[in-house]
Design a protein around this ligand. Structure first.
Ligand SMILES: NC(=O)c1ccc[n+]([C@@H]2O[C@H](COP(=O)([O-])OP(=O)(O)OC[C@H]3O[C@@H](n4cnc5c(N)ncnc54)[C@H](OP(=O)(O)O)[C@@H]3O)[C@@H](O)[C@H]2O)c1
Length: 340
């Protein structure tokens, strides 16, 4: 607990959604905690908004294999304002956000009205973002921005050619389409939800492909070279397809495994076309890089349509969203109104 918390604050109960492994099963739901239940940190945050990520869905399930403590307050993203800080870098009232590191998996996260975190995890909220907008971006949008940054560091430019986004109807996918379109890329979306195509076009996708595209391309390790780059939230057969269809020198940012972790390919795309797989890990990125990328998300990597593809839930209505995201039913992002 932060040392400077006023005694009255430290005993006042607050609400949190808790997932807990029991000897005879699994329990999840809203409970009352106090600051004494929170892990030791330098900064006590009044959480205004959180988000729902695929990992949060797993952290709230008995078979999720993500939670490393029990009980756990899930929520790998949070935004709010500082109530107390033992670190001079932050003052009372500062707007901040936290995501990644152990938050929501091995450290109580964003699904509580209060959170206590190390100062080294805290990002000052960029000026041009509200706390709600930052959670509409969340880890999904942060990873989409990491992907664009990594692809551009390898040479991708808007005039390089078409860029494919898989899992396009999900949080990461829609935000990736929005970032690419806002930067002038020819963004293409691959989705299993054809009825969502109109929204992807509105966000700036030039073309929308159905999952049948994967079968149509066949299973050969090399097919017609089409994509200058790709952002893959799906893995599995989608990754095999991308490797087979990247243009010479192209690269794919590998972000997720919504369609499964394994895929079948050969070294041919690497040695005959010089393509590359860029691994994205948003959890462990150093804090200075994290803060810099959040500033870019507020400015030159700001996604088109920010805040529009958002469904609001509360701690009491969160559970359906947690289950829906694991079932692959995401459409954009859910934001959780915790204490706003
Ligand atoms: N590397 C990192 O640091 C990092 C950070 C954030 C997220 N991730 C990962 O990235 C992935 C996407 O995250 P998200 O927050 O965008 O999740 P999401 O909102 O659930 O979106 C995932 C999308 O993938 C597609 N999909 C789901 N199940 C599928 C299946 N069985 N086969 C093929 N496609 C399927 C669906 O889109 P369509 O119906 O449009 O195809 C779904 O909307 C997850 O695996 C997540 O764990 C990784």
């Amino acid at each position: 607990m932060v040392e400077s918390v006023a005694p009255v604050e430290s005993v006042r109960p607050f609400r949190a959604y808790v997932a807990e492994r029991l000897d005879d099963g699994f329990r999840r739901g809203v409970r009352e905690l106090t600051v004494a239940d929170l892990p030791p940190g330098d900064v006590l945050v009044r959480v205004e908004w959180s988000g729902v990520n695929y990992k949060d869905g797993l952290a709230a399930r008995a078979d999720g294999k993500v939670a490393r403590i029990s009980p756990l307050v899930p929520g790998i993203d949070l935004a709010g304002h500082v109530l107390h800080s033992d670190d001079d870098s932050f003052g009372v009232g500062d707007r901040v956000l936290v995501s990644g590191y152990d938050l929501g998996v091995a450290w109580h996260g964003g699904y509580g009205e209060l959170a206590c975190v190390p100062a080294a995890w805290v990002v000052p909220l960029p000026e041009r973002l509200t706390t709600r907008q930052s959670m509409a971006i969340g880890t999904a949008g942060f990873t989409a921005a990491m992907s664009v940054e990594a692809l551009e560091a390898r040479g991708l430019r808007p005039d390089s050619g078409p860029v494919l986004v898989t899992g396009a109807s999900g949080g990461l996918g829609r935000l990736a389409v929005g970032i690419l379109a806002a930067r002038g890329y020819e963004a293409w979306a691959l989705t299993g939800k054809p009825d969502g195509a109109a929204r992807l076009h509105e966000l700036g996708a030039v073309g929308v492909l159905g999952r049948e595209e994967l079968e149509a391309a066949g299973t050969k390790p090399l097919a017609a070279a089409r994509w200058a780059g790709a952002i893959d939230a799906v893995g599995g057969p989608a990754m095999a397809y991308i490797l087979a269809t990247l243009q010479p020198g192209g690269a794919v940012a590998s972000c997720g495994k919504a369609g499964g972790p394994g895929f079948s390919s050969t070294v041919l795309p690497f040695i005959l076309r010089g393509v590359a797989v860029l691994g994205m890990n948003s959890v462990a990125i150093p804090i200075e890089e994290r803060r810099a990328l959040w500033n870019r998300l507020a400015t030159d990597l700001r996604p088109r349509g920010l805040g529009e593809d958002v469904t609001e839930v509360t701690l009491d209505t969160l559970e359906a969203a947690l289950d829906a995201i694991v079932a692959g039913r995401a459409r954009g992002r859910w934001v959780v109104r915790v204490g706003a």
